[in-house]
Design a protein around this ligand. Structure first.
Ligand SMILES: O=C1C[C@@](O)(C(=O)O)C[C@@H](O)[C@@H]1O
Length: 262
């Protein structure tokens, strides 16, 4: 069954509208570092900014998180902000919060009006996902449900299964990041992406990580991935490349491939 994909608009930015977007992460340990990363990154005009708050050393202090969020918001103006506390089992930094502490923090952060999107892993308890989905919806925050595999690339049907599961659990965007060990693994990820882009009714984000995965970060959009992650000042995952270089290559491909149509 071919179902046309639905785009979503966040702060005037269309995600899933055919034009691939670039997201740059902020990984500073404190507010000063984060705001300096932001000052450095904003002139490079990313479409989205992700605060990887698992790197933030004051994460257990909700007031410090909200204060930093206010500082980020003041600086980024119209650029949509994604809030992520990546779990350690899916490649994040160790944090001193239990899962319920984390969900309480998410409630505060969503309620603050300071974020536009929030990322949570699909592997989490169904009730927690359901709870966060309700909290986010009430706050007008879009939910990304994600799956990361830093070891290997699952078979295409499993990757597709993760993306479909994200949609069925209430995600506004489905995301998968996997580790390739061969060129075949890149094809596997891209095949799953193409099939998902024909079946899902929500935007999707996929990438193969590491040096070998670079091709998917540069050209995944041709197979249906709506957002790619790039380095603004510092990267947050293996294989990300600087935004300037990524944009240059993407623009060349778009120009020669006829405006980004797949
Ligand atoms: O999930 C993702 C994708 C990512 O892991 C990457 O490989 O670019 C980078 C993370 O910061 C982000 O949350």
């Amino acid at each position: 069954m071919n179902v046309s994909k639905r785009s979503i608009t966040v702060k005037g930015t269309i995600i899933g509208g055919g034009i691939p977007l670039i997201c740059t992460p902020l990984i500073g340990m404190d507010q000063d570092q984060i705001l300096s990363e932001l000052q450095n990154t904003l002139p490079k005009a990313p479409d989205l900014i992700e605060w990887r708050a698992d790197f933030f050393s004051h994460l257990p202090n909700t007031d410090a998180v909200l204060d930093t969020l206010a500082g980020i918001q003041e600086t980024i103006a119209q650029t949509p902000l994604l809030f992520t506390v990546r779990s350690q089992r899916e490649g994040g930094e160790p944090i001193a919060l239990s899962e319920s502490d984390k969900l309480m923090l998410f409630e505060k952060v969503c309620g603050s009006g300071g974020i536009d999107l929030i990322d949570y892993e699909l592997v989490n308890e169904k009730e927690n996902i359901h709870h966060l989905s309700r909290v986010a919806e009430e706050a007008g925050v879009r939910l990304i449900l994600s799956y990361h595999n830093f070891e290997s690339t699952p078979v295409s049907s499993d990757i597709l299964g993760k993306l479909l599961e994200a949609e069925s659990r209430g995600a506004d965007i489905a995301k998968v990041a996997v580790m390739p060990h061969s060129s075949q693994d890149l094809l596997t990820l891209l095949q799953a992406t193409l099939t998902a882009s024909q079946q899902l009714r929500i935007p999707l984000i996929t990438m193969s990580m590491g040096g070998l995965g670079t091709l998917t970060r540069l050209a995944g959009w041709m197979f249906g991935s709506d957002v790619t992650f790039a380095i603004g000042k510092q990267g947050s995952a293996p294989g990300q490349i600087p935004i300037e270089e990524l944009r240059e290559v993407m623009q060349s491909i778009q120009q020669w491939a006829g405006g980004g149509q797949t």
